[in-house]
Write a protein that binds this ligand. Sequence first.
Ligand SMILES: Cc1ncc(COP(=O)(O)O)c(C=O)c1O
Length: 367
Amino acid sequence: MDIGAQYGPLRAEIDAAIAGVLDTGRFILGPNVAGLEAEISERLGGRPCVGVANGTDALVIALNALDIRPGDEVITTPYTFYATAEAIARLGATPVFCDIDPDDFCLDPDAVVDRITERTRAILPVHIFGHAANMTAIRTIAARHNLPVIEDAAQAFGGACDGTPVGALGDLATISFFPTKNLPGIGDGGMVVCRDQATADRVRRLRFHGSADKVVFEEVGYNSRLDELQAAVIRIFLRHVDDWNDGRRATAEAYANAGLDEFLELPSERPGVRHIYHLFMARHDDRDALAKGLAARGVSSAVYYGIPMHLQPVFAHLGYQPGDLPVAEACASRALALPMHPHMTEAQVAEVVGAVAEVVGQVPARG
Ligand SMILES: Cc1ncc(COP(=O)(O)O)c(C=O)c1O
């Protein structure tokens, strides 16, 4: 990440937006939250959007709005940030982990079919690292079993699949504005994208203690509102997110053009998908040695999801064993995020590729 490069040119606009909120004194659910909801809704074919406190709450509230409860099963991917699975467990339901597609790191639709039971209540694919899951196949399976699909779009705002934007591909979708996301805030924030007005009304109620009018409390809800200051700033970033995503795509292309694929397995893009490279995940058999070698050369990198969800201690009671989900486990041990942001220069790309070449030259590939 290079926060300075991304926000620096917008600093005056950000300062003015914050001052504007202070001037109005409307800090909770003011015009900026409503404005951001409307602007994102417009991008997503008019689907109603509801701002909440963060992407984790967005998942919990979306699942709650589908009445997911103890005893229910929700099928999801083991190769994601913990929040996806945690949200399912938070409602007392059971996450059912299915293996992933080695090409795109996302839930493998064929694996989903095998895990549907009479307790399955929803399918929760994650558009991981900015690449849309195979929603056409997942939706077909879901329709056959009359199951709703919730997209965890935390990492993929601005991505698309067959011309439909991420967030409008399932029944509900959840967004995170965590500061490292493609559409960031300057703190926590999230949103639920709803299939219809009735669901949106329920989500709106849930984010405010289960009440539509602060007088009558209809159910146990949450205090989970998108902050007005965050919304004011995210509205500015929203005007730049497509350019930023183009910049990320250009960085990915520059890596490929510079010959990085000679040394590492690079992320691919399924036909029809617009990958927006939230993270640029390369793969190598000696991943840890690669990371160490890059660090020694001043190039930062990071492991994402080194322990897949089915092997996390919190889910030990579900009984998964190493080897159960081999593709996810291989990604967990082989994938490494390389530097990626919208403003990377050719020189920076060349520096990374040069460092990888040096390190990989020293590490005999095993596989
Ligand atoms: C895939 C995924 N789902 C959910 C979340 C949770 O979002 P938040 O951090 O805004 O709660 C994140 C990111 O943090 C994420 O990457």
